[in-house]
Design a binder for this molecule. Structure first.
Ligand SMILES: [Mg+2]
Length: 160
């Protein structure tokens, strides 16, 4: 089950501080969107904007990887001009390896950030990156299929 075990756990993305990212030698953060950086269908909030600003100050590139549509990703990324990829096929890695090349990212200095074990954490592990699991933002407003997946995740976690 260690394939689903994240390297680090944080309550919220904004708890991931810059000095910690520097210690971990992170240059690229590949992040899930929905329930990780914002609620389902929602845009970035003030916390996100401040966090992004600090990443930029430290020259850390944030890249959005979502299994949701490109349209959804674009609505989120456009105000900030950050790269974002929809239909990312997580936890499959072929498409994302291409994206890593495009972004000049290597696994050793990349971090995968997400709220789901089966898609985000597993995907990051398969890519050889460090993985961070966060608690979902607004869990009470999730679609039913995401809620179901979380129940399965809870069962898996008990066996760690
Ligand atoms: Mg998510």
């Amino acid at each position: 089950m260690s394939y689903f075990k994240p390297d680090f756990l944080f309550e919220h993305f904004s708890d991931i501080k810059l000095n910690w990212l520097e210690e971990q030698r992170v240059k690229h953060i590949f992040s899930d969107l929905d329930s990780t950086l914002t609620g389902h269908g929602k845009l970035g909030d003030k916390k996100f904007e401040n966090w992004l600003k600090s990443l930029r100050e430290y020259d850390i590139q944030l890249i959005i990887l979502s299994n949701n549509s490109q349209g959804r990703v674009d609505r989120f990324t456009e105000p900030y001009g950050i790269p974002g990829y929809g239909m990312a096929n997580k936890p499959a890695t072929t498409k994302i390896k291409g994206i890593m090349e495009e972004q000049n990212a290597v696994p050793e200095t990349s971090l995968f950030l997400g709220d789901q074990l089966f898609t985000d954490v597993w995907c990051g592990k398969r890519l050889g990156m460090k993985t961070v699991l966060v608690h979902p933002v607004n869990p009470e407003h999730e679609p039913w299929n995401v809620a179901l997946k979380r129940k399965l995740e809870t069962l898996i976690r008990r066996r760690w």
